[in-house]
Write a protein that binds this ligand. Structure first.
Ligand code: BTN
Length: 342
């Protein structure tokens, strides 16, 4: 069920904005104390008003330490996925402008499609604590234990023809890999086309689905499944050799709203760069972050199996492979298996 709407009123939104400013400053300074005088100056309020904002954040689950003379330090962010927890952490213009939170849903992609058909705007997000019918690429199931992963979908209204849709997924993969690195998974790379992995283990998967007419995309839904706080025993046995999580990569528990905000910010950055400057800068960064280029690969799942050296990304997002006999193959879909490093 969606969360109960937050009561709105002018005073309420001023408080929410001021809470967000305090949170933003505390987050920026991460491990340091922020002097109360700095917070009061930024908010342009007296000390008594600052104390109200600190109390309001504490009441919502933020753990804030105080040390006389040194100020305030944020030590814990609540691990809930409501709009109230995510929105104050967001520095985006459009992505996450509305966040629809569900405790449980069949698939956030389905819910996002429904909202988009009903007129949802570019950037509206559906996030769920648990999906009963989560799906991955090629109709596979995507399962994630309640409360330990991030499963969300973004409604996009890109001004491109359907033939260029793969570019969106590649831009999103760049964004997710950069976010993962920033959050501490420094080895995050992209396995073609859009799996984000750390040393061969999958950290996140992306699923872009279109509703399009011949000449235009009505809307796209970009679904992201990101393994945040899973321990190895939380994965099904068959996935343990090939899966990982942010917790396993960094040894640290990062609250899911922080991960969600970081992902949305990077997604906004790369999707808008794609919109303004086209695919070339996205492709350049994709190449830098790729774990597939420069490897011997085997690609199956869409007709014939292709085996050869993955040497580049084409201008339309296809993977270019040189087979043993020297012939060049453009691969537009399939499952990649990484073999030897060349
Ligand atoms: C893949 O790697 O196969 C893609 C996985 C995508 C999973 C996400 S979880 C949120 C969104 N809702 C879904 O049903 N799937 C995507």
């Amino acid at each position: 069920m969606p969360e109960a709407p937050v009561p709105a009123g002018e005073g309420h939104w001023t408080d929410v904005k001021q809470d967000a400013i305090v949170l933003g400053l505390l987050l920026e300074c991460a491990d340091d104390f922020v002097p109360g005088s700095v917070l009061c100056d930024k908010l342009d309020v007296p000390r008594a008003e600052l104390l109200k904002r600190i109390d309001s954040l504490r009441a919502r689950g933020y753990v804030i330490h105080t040390r006389g003379g040194q100020g305030y330090r944020l030590v814990e962010v609540p691990d809930k996925l409501g709009e109230a927890q995510i929105a104050p952490l967001l520095g985006t213009g459009e992505l996450g402008r509305r966040i629809h939170h569900f405790d449980e849903v069949e698939s956030t992609n389905d819910e996002a499609h429904r909202l988009a058909e009903a007129g949802a705007l570019h950037g509206e997000v559906v996030v769920a604590d648990f999906q009963t019918q989560g799906r991955g690429r090629k109709g596979r199931a995507w399962m994630a234990p309640r409360g330990k992963a991030l499963t969300f979908s973004v409604v996009l209204r890109p001004a491109i023809p359907a033939t260029r849709a793969p570019e969106i997924t590649l831009a999103a993969a760049v964004a997710v890999a950069e976010s993962a690195r920033e959050l501490g998974a420094h080895s995050a790379r992209i396995k073609w086309p859009n799996d984000v992995e750390c040393k061969g283990r999958k950290l996140a998967g992306l699923l872009t689905e279109l509703r399009a007419e011949p000449d235009r995309v009505r809307h796209a839904v970009l679904g992201v499944g990101f393994n945040v706080g899973l321990q190895m025993q939380d994965f099904p046995e068959e996935l343990r050799p090939v899966a990982t999580s942010l917790l396993l990569e960094t040894g640290e528990r990062v609250a899911r709203p922080v991960v969600c905000a970081s992902l949305l910010e990077h997604l906004e950055e790369w999707l808008s760069l794609h919109e303004t400057e086209g695919f070339a800068p996205v492709a350049d960064r994709w190449r830098e972050l790729s774990s597939t280029l420069g490897r011997r690969v085997r690609i199956s799942g869409s007709g014939e199996t292709v085996e050869g050296d993955a040497f580049d990304l084409a201008a339309d997002g296809a993977l270019l492979v040189r087979e043993a006999d020297g012939s060049l193959v453009r691969v537009v879909a399939g499952d990649v298996e990484h073999c030897a490093v060349l």
